[in-house]
Design a protein around this ligand. Structure first.
Ligand SMILES: *Cc1c(COP(=O)(O)O)cnc(C)c1O
Length: 373
């Protein structure tokens, strides 16, 4: 089969989604499935919906267009603030957008009126991540402007954590977001239907003991796809962590000195031949590189150790697990490696349509490659 390739077990994604939907609904929190790390791959989106997720979100309009073209009809919101040139597409293919700038909200209102549509606006509030977000003291003003703008409706407010700043929410952050929801309602009138607390970094809080207040939604990507907590990198109890695997072909396998001398002018260079075989290790070169994935985010099976990667090659030590040229190595990916592999044109994406049977995931369906369009 072609390589490099990502193999995707849709059944495991569905099971992860179902598990998170069930655990969070017990806390009064709905789950929005975030598809940006898989470039809006429609089969992955549908696997999330099969797990009981009601709506999706993506950061890029191109990904939303890909999902719409593949027949995904559920509500989809755009979680990165739209760019001016995308205004029309956002109105046409997204039910809601996350915004922080009134200029953009006015444009969205005007484009929605032109199309005879009503577009939902969710205001992103800055509570510590210091990426994009309205300062809490400015929220009432901007919310009032949304309410006064024809063509748009104020649907909710949202916070974000562990994105730029890397930190999970501090105690009190979620209570602040709840208070802001009450405050906006008091000032501007309409019910703030959606109070979205953040992404997978908030799961520990959401599934904890504390009260959830007004928080009634999380936007989850990593937890559904990889079953891991983005803050700790640790697996989340009860979730599959192997729904995705990357396969690459070995294009060279030979003994090499442990330390390579790179300067032929170095006095030690001539002595290289004197290094005995026991000072050498099996080094294998894989036909996959930084252009295809984030090599530092790859994990290998026992006996294979990551050495380094360039744009097109990844070197691994295979002394304890010999491989031959032409064979394939299977790797796990963290979120960053997954994101890059899913968007790389030279990495094939193969979906397995497995069906959960008695709690077990079994592979039932034909494999078919899907190209990004
Ligand atoms: C990516 C993203 C998410 C999902 O984050 P995960 O850590 O993958 O759950 C949620 N909200 C916003 C705004 C995002 O950009």
């Amino acid at each position: 089969m072609t390589a490099p390739r990502v193999e995707i077990d849709l059944g495991k994604i569905t099971q992860n989604a179902r598990c998170l939907v069930r655990r969070l609904s017990a806390r009064g929190i709905s789950v929005t499935g975030v598809t940006k790390a898989v470039c809006g791959h429609p089969d992955v989106a549908k696997a999330m919906l099969d797990g009981g997720i009601a709506d999706l979100a993506d950061a890029r309009v191109s990904n939303v267009i890909r999902m719409r073209a593949a027949g995904v009809t559920c509500s989809i919101s755009i979680i990165r603030a739209p760019m001016v040139h995308e205004t029309k597409d956002v109105i046409n293919c997204c039910d809601a957008s996350y915004n922080t700038e009134t200029d953009m909200i006015l444009r969205l209102g005007s484009a929605a009126r032109d199309q005879g549509a009503l577009h939902n606006v969710i205001l992103r509030v800055e509570i510590g991540d210091l990426r994009d977000g309205i300062m809490p003291e400015d929220l009432n003003d901007i919310a009032s402007q949304v309410v006064a703008t024809p063509g748009v409706a104020l649907r909710g407010i949202a916070a974000d954590f562990a994105s730029l700043g890397g930190a999970p929410p501090k105690s009190g952050d979620m209570a602040l977001l709840s208070r802001l929801a009450d405050q906006v309602e008091g000032e501007c009138g309409p019910y703030v239907a959606l109070v979205s607390g953040g992404g997978s970094a908030n799961l520990a809080w959401a599934l904890g003991e504390g009260t959830t207040g007004r928080i009634n939604n999380l936007r989850l990507g990593e937890a559904i796809l990889l079953g891991t907590n983005p803050v700790s990198g640790q697996p989340i109890d009860g979730l599959h962590t192997d729904a995705f695997a990357l396969f690459a072909e070995v294009i060279e396998a030979r003994l090499k000195p442990v330390a390579m001398l790179t300067r032929p002018s170095a006095p030690e260079y001539g002595k290289l031949e004197l290094v005995s075989k026991c000072g050498q290790r099996n080094r294998s070169i894989l036909a996959v590189g930084q252009l295809d994935t984030d090599a530092s985010g790859l994990t290998f099976t026992a006996g294979i150790e990551f050495i380094g990667a360039t744009s097109d090659h990844t070197a691994v030590d295979t002394t304890d697990s010999p491989v031959s040229v032409g064979s394939e190595i299977k790797m796990g990916m963290n979120y960053s490696a997954l994101m890059r592999a899913m968007s790389a044109p030279d990495v094939a994406k193969i979906v397995h349509r497995s069906l959960p049977v008695n709690g077990m995931v079994t592979d039932r369906g034909p494999q078919r490659p899907l190209r990004l369009v």
